[in-house]
Design a binder for this molecule. Structure first.
Ligand SMILES: Nc1ncnc2c1ncn2[C@@H]1O[C@H](COP(=O)(O)OP(=O)(O)OP(=O)(O)O)[C@@H](O)[C@H]1O
Ligand SMILES: CC(C)(CO)[C@@H](O)C(=O)[O-]
Ligand code: BAL
Length: 338
């Protein structure tokens, strides 16, 4: 049966629609996004459609997860392209027997999501927040202090509005998946958290909405993060278990790339800073010295691609002309070995 996609801007009409679905024993898989959709998002929607009759997608750039000096204002917005991609996915899904499809988009304005106060990005600002500590203060949380408070808060609101049977998150944001699982467990939320694999470009770069800001020169250097993590994973697969043995090749790959770029003239280089390379416990994200092979571990990292110093005439500098710094994250799960 061909079904239209409903776009909701308000909570109540969405709830009414959701209740109708529930009354007819349909199941909802929910994919929260901030838009600027790419194959990473689409693969989560595909997975959700395989496991539910109806898929709800939210498109909302949540201000409270951006720090005051972060890139909220420049976050890419591509509404029409996003709708075209979702329509194309539905066409693909409808050709498949037994598959669900995307039936609702939730695209609220901020007053709908934060009805009481203007939302704050200040650490000590007022508001009703969900905090998951210390998990949310480590790694990404150390660099972006309000990030996981904002993510957990908006996801709690979205889950309360959509009431999905299942929620879908990408492994690319691995710490986010750990935070969401913890929130669902600790608050007894009646939903199942499903994680989809990281979708990558052919050279290994993890897909991200922010990649449009990279341009060719920074794009080529940015792939260093996935290479560094791969080098570390290789050590684990070769039987190494100690932090130093696993992480040194990752640090070497990233440091030599930094030095290589620093030595180039400003007209040719794309400078990069490493924020962290981590080997952490999969449940707590605390750093570990030794991998317990029965449990595995999470290798993750974050780098910052600095603005191009001397963009060249005619060069593909990406959206923003190479002036926007771009933070890239990536991770590899060291799988348990029995
Ligand atoms: N490459 C990817 N593979 C799989 N899932 C992804 C990928 N990139 C993002 N996702 C997932 O899509 C969901 C929405 O993410 P979001 O809209 O922030 O996109 P994004 O590309 O992660 O943006 P950015 O990297 O700029 O923060 C999240 O669950 C995220 O983990
Ligand atoms: C989960 C999320 C949509 C919350 O704003 C965001 O953090 C994201 O896109 O990963
Ligand atoms: N994908 C995580 C959203 C953010 O970086 O703000």
């Amino acid at each position: 049966m061909r079904r239209a996609i409903h776009t909701f801007r308000e909570v109540q009409p969405l709830r009414t629609f959701r209740k109708e679905l529930q009354a007819s024993q349909r199941t909802v898989g929910f994919v929260p996004t901030m838009g600027a959709l790419h194959e990473g998002h689409i693969s989560l929607m595909r997975q959700a459609a395989a496991e539910n009759t109806d898929v709800f997608v939210s498109i909302y750039v949540n201000p409270t997860q951006f720090g005051v000096n972060e890139d909220l204002d420049s976050y890419p917005k591509t509404w029409q392209e996003d709708m075209d991609k979702i329509q194309a996915l539905n066409k693909e899904l409808r050709a498949r027997d037994g598959s669900g499809s995307i039936t609702a988009i939730f695209a609220p304005i901020t007053k709908v999501m934060y009805p009481t106060l203007p939302p704050t990005s200040e650490i000590t600002g007022p508001g009703s927040f969900v905090t998951i500590t210390p998990l949310g203060s480590l790694l990404e949380g150390a660099s972006r202090p309000v990030f996981f408070r904002g993510v957990a808060t908006v996801c709690m609101k979205l889950f309360n509005i959509v009431m999905p049977e299942r929620v879908y998150f990408g492994q690319k944001d691995v710490q986010q998946t750990v935070v969401i699982k913890r929130m669902v467990k600790d608050f007894h939320l009646d939903t199942e958290v499903k994680i989809g694999p990281t979708e990558r470009e052919a050279d290994g770069l993890a897909m991200s909405s922010r990649n449009v800001y990279l341009g060719a020169r920074r794009r080529e250097v940015g792939v260093v993060l996935s290479r560094a993590l791969k080098a570390a994973e290789k050590k684990y697969l070769q039987g190494k278990r100690l932090r130093a043995d696993i992480l040194w090749p990752a640090n070497e790959v990233s440091t030599s790339k930094m030095m290589e770029q620093d030595d180039l003239p400003p007209s040719k280089r794309a400078r990069v800073e490493v924020d962290y390379i981590s080997m952490a416990d999969p449940d707590t994200m605390e750093e570990i010295e030794v991998v317990d092979a029965s449990k595995g571990a999470i290798l993750s990292g974050a780098i910052k691609m600095l603005p191009l110093e001397e963009p060249q005439e005619g060069e593909d500098c990406g959206l923003g002309g190479g002036a926007v710094p771009v933070r890239l994250i990536d991770n590899i799960i060291l799988q348990p070995i029995n």
